[in-house]
Design a binder for this molecule. Structure first.
Ligand SMILES: Nc1ncnc2c1ncn2[C@@H]1O[C@H](COP(=O)(O)OP(=O)(O)OP(=O)(O)O)[C@@H](O)[C@H]1O
Length: 468
């Protein structure tokens, strides 16, 4: 069959699928990622840009696709799918300027796990956390849809859903998915310009641009991109001018056929203090949520985390931790860190009795969102015999730095505040400082008994105060 005939068959097949009520927008978006290659002996061969798309088509759209193809061709067909990353690069239109390197360097230095083909030749400094890739994201019923939408958007920016809006409670993987979209899109299309920004950083950047009279540079930073990933949009609430600027940024990107991905703690309709015109734009594309993971997914997340940190943790311990902590994945990871740190400090094997001891001391609370940074800061200051001003001030004496980093670590684990918000609580520090503190304390807990004790004792005090 000639090339134009195959293309015609494929176009007609898409038309047939579009008219079928049982086909969802998501299924169609995945089918659109495919390219028809040939029809040979009753088999239609198509190519897709990635393995995940092939699996999806084979498992979730198989019957509909066969039926549509058969009706167009007039005979019963089979189909075969090959993976060819090149095809989406061909089909993706848009400018091919060089990737814009971020001005700010991320403070995360873990090596990136192997990426799907094609792999980027050299690691570039990027604002994306190398740990937050699709390969380290565990898929379960609670996030399957959000994950598939994120993959679809990364594979075909501005073609699948625009904008993609992901919402859900704190610590359920929204930021992880956002970064993963950035990594994957950039790996598939090295020329795609990706920008990740938290809405608080966007606000600060905007305010500074007014002060410095650099609005042109600000606009270029956010409009001359192919994929804008904006995290925690709810923080724009009440910031009229920034919201207005974001409205124009959004329009500029959308009109230019550029991808926008937004995360929030609530769906667009519940974004209080947002103008209707902005909320309605958030509903133009696809809205998807992430829910708290079920037990199996929690255990799978712990298993993956243990494997990536090269921690040897038996299955019954993973199940135990997973069964004790159910709402927040950040807290789940925190518990794993504590159990393995305790074992390391005591030169003991990680086993169930040990995990029971460690987690018995951790009063587990199903409502972590209720712990406030004020409580964490006040308790930490009192514990170290310091004042709140000391803790949030600028002194860099050793005791103060340690106490401050522990307080930041606990804010990250026990409250639902974002990194920039935590930085603000500590005298307007940058979010990278909080990220650094978090990483440092997590590592030190396994090395220094004093750090481990300070973190666990403080957690108990904070939780006790919170319970009244
Ligand atoms: N499905 C998952 N698989 C593996 N790790 C996950 C998964 N979901 C979340 N995590 C991990 O849990 C932690 C918290 O996730 P993340 O920061 O993405 O949450 P969030 O929803 O953006 O929270 P917030 O709204 O507070 O910013 C991260 O370390 C992330 O890697």
């Amino acid at each position: 069959m000639a090339d134009e005939d195959i293309s015609k068959v494929w176009a007609q097949t898409l038309e047939v699928l579009e008219t079928r009520p049982e086909i969802t927008a998501r299924q169609l978006a995945f089918v659109r990622l495919a390219k028809p290659m040939a029809v040979l002996n009753g088999t239609v061969f198509i190519a897709v840009p990635h393995e995940q798309t092939r699996t999806y088509l084979e498992t979730s759209v198989r019957d509909q696709l066969i039926s549509a193809l058969s009706s167009v061709l007039g005979f019963d067909v089979r189909f075969g799918i090959t993976v060819d990353p090149e095809i989406s690069a061909e089909s993706l239109t848009g400018p091919t300027q060089d990737y814009v390197e971020p001005e700010e360097e991320d403070d995360v230095d873990a090596p990136a796990p192997p990426l799907p083909q094609p792999v980027r030749p050299a690691a570039e400094p990027t604002r994306l956390n190398p740990r937050y890739v699709f390969e380290t994201f565990v898929i379960g019923a609670s996030n399957r849809f959000a994950h598939a939408a994120a993959v679809a958007v990364a594979e075909a920016p501005a073609k699948a859903y625009n904008p993609l809006f992901i919402y859900g409670d704190s610590g359920l993987g929204k930021t992880h998915l956002l970064h993963a979209i950035g990594h994957y899109a950039h790996n598939l299309y090295p020329h795609v310009r990706v920008r990740y920004v938290n809405s608080e950083e966007f606000t600060n950047d905007f305010i500074n641009s007014i002060g410095d009279k650099k609005q042109g540079a600000f606009q270029r930073r956010y409009r001359d991109v192919d994929v804008l990933l904006i995290d925690d949009i709810q923080f724009l609430q009440g910031k009229e001018q920034t919201m207005e600027e974001f409205f124009h940024t959004f329009n500029a990107l959308h009109n230019a056929n550029k991808q926008v991905v937004i995360t929030s703690d609530v769906p667009p309709k519940q974004l209080n203090g947002f103008e209707d015109r902005l909320r309605s734009r958030f509903e133009w594309g696809l809205i998807t949520d992430v829910q708290p993971p079920d037990l199996e997914t929690r255990i799978a997340i712990l298993r993956k985390k243990a494997a990536s940190d090269k921690l040897d943790v038996p299955q019954d311990v993973l199940s135990y931790i997973g069964s004790r902590i159910s709402t927040n994945i950040r807290e789940l990871e925190g518990a794993l860190i504590r159990v393995t740190a305790f074992a390391n400090l005591n030169r003991q094997q990680v086993d169930l009795p040990l995990a029971e001891i460690v987690l018995r001391d951790l009063i587990i609370d199903d409502d972590p969102a209720e712990v406030t940074p004020a409580v964490v800061i006040a308790q930490t200051a009192a514990y170290f015999g310091l004042s709140i001003e000391d803790l949030c001030g600028s002194s860099r004496s050793r005791v103060l730095v340690t106490a401050r980093q522990i307080a930041m670590y606990l804010c990250r684990e026990l409250t639902d505040l974002s990194l920039p918000k935590i930085g603000q609580q500590f005298g307007g520090r940058d979010h990278t400082t909080v990220m650094h503190a978090n990483k440092k304390i997590a590592g030190q807990m396994a090395e220094r008994r004093s750090t481990y004790n300070q973190v666990t004792e403080l957690t108990s005090r904070i939780r006790q105060q919170h319970r009244g």
